[in-house]
Design a protein around this ligand. Structure first.
Ligand code: ZN
Length: 341
């Protein structure tokens, strides 16, 4: 079985197909994997497959029947999708439990299937469930309505999930994609230039969604400046903080988009420091261009292993702080301060 809209996760597709065949389908799954690896796309295709009214032997949506069309249009009555509103840091409980006007996710899941198959709910941004909202789930997870399926989409790890939710869900892990699968996804989105593909592959660490989001001159130019900054050996924290803030502000007013850019900065720093470390230990690193390799090599030789490792640790900490909603200005200042010392 292969799903034409989902590339690079064949093992997971096969696992779900086999579960469906043996009638061993769970009622609650938690998807774990890095941002942009394809968890949401997978969840949607899984929902479409389960709701498809013309599915044959193969565990695959037909893309033709009324149900498949409704899923594509975002109007299927038995598929309910909830995500954190752009202007909020948390998933509000009203979206889960419902209020006087809307039944919410739980209310929707409890309704009888309108088209006779089953009910599917997708909860995106499940890392951002408020304590109260997470607790409101527990009963449904213990005693799910018949023929209902709940898919929670979490982050790169399950660290931010409550134990009560973890113990009631089957965890599905999404691994990053190999370069060949990445190139296929990019080509499917019209990015066929091999130079561009190579750049994006290097930026996106096996996550096609990130590669597509990074297909942007401003981002690529920023990456170039970042490499120069790290390579220069003298970092003026005030000056660099200003550059980083401008780059983050240019993402627009949306807090999630700003946070995504901050996360990108620290991911890039980590990738560059790791490469500098590898080069200083004699590795080859063919994925970097010649002049970039030189810059990184110089950085590695000048800083030395101990310092690079200490910086890496700080960058990883900063990356986690971004994920935990620490104020970006503070995260950046603390990191640059450590880097310039
Ligand atoms: Zn169909």
């Amino acid at each position: 079985v292969s799903w034409k809209h989902v590339l690079g996760h064949d093992v997971l597709v096969a696992a779900f197909a086999s579960a469906a065949k043996r009638s061993r389908f769970g009622h609650a799954y938690l998807f774990i994997g890095p941002t942009g690896v394809g968890k949401y796309t997978f969840a949607q295709e899984l929902a479409k497959t389960l709701l498809c009214e013309a599915r044959g032997e193969r565990f695959e949506a037909c893309d033709e029947c009324p149900s498949c069309h409704l899923v594509d249009a975002g109007t299927h009555p038995d598929l309910f999708i909830v995500a954190r509103p752009e202007d909020k840091n948390e998933l509000p409980i009203a979206l889960i439990r419902g209020d006087d006007d809307e039944p919410g996710l739980l209310g929707n899941l409890a309704l009888k299937p309108a088209r006779g198959q089953r009910k599917v709910a997708i909860l995106d941004d499940a890392d951002d469930l408020s304590e109260e909202a997470a607790n409101s789930f527990l009963k449904t997870l213990e005693e799910p309505p018949p023929r209902s399926l709940l898919i929670l989409i979490g982050g790169a790890t399950e660290n931010r999930q409550k134990a009560t939710i973890l113990s009631r869900c089957q965890i599905i892990r999404f691994g990053s994609l190999p370069p060949a699968a990445m190139a296929k996804v990019l080509a499917a989105h019209g990015i066929v230039d091999t130079d561009k593909q190579r750049r994006l592959l290097q930026l996106a660490a096996g996550c096609p969604g990130q590669a597509l989001a990074l297909d942007d001159e401003e981002v690529w130019n920023f990456r170039g400046r970042l490499l120069k900054t790290l390579g220069s050996g003298k970092i003026d924290p005030v000056d660099v903080a200003e550059q980083w803030r401008t780059f983050i502000d240019n993402a627009g007013k949306d807090g999630a988009a700003q946070r995504a850019r901050a996360a990108f900065i620290f991911r890039m720093v980590i990738v560059m420091l790791e490469a500098a470390l590898k080069l200083s230990l004699g590795a080859v690193c063919p994925e970097w261009e010649e002049n970039e390799r030189q810059t990184l090599q110089e950085l590695g030789d000048r800083a030395g292993e101990a310092k690079l490792l200490a910086w890496l640790e700080r960058a990883q900490e900063a990356d986690r702080q971004v994920e935990w909603y620490v104020q970006l200005v503070l995260v950046i200042e603390a990191f640059l301060d450590a880097l310039s010392r």
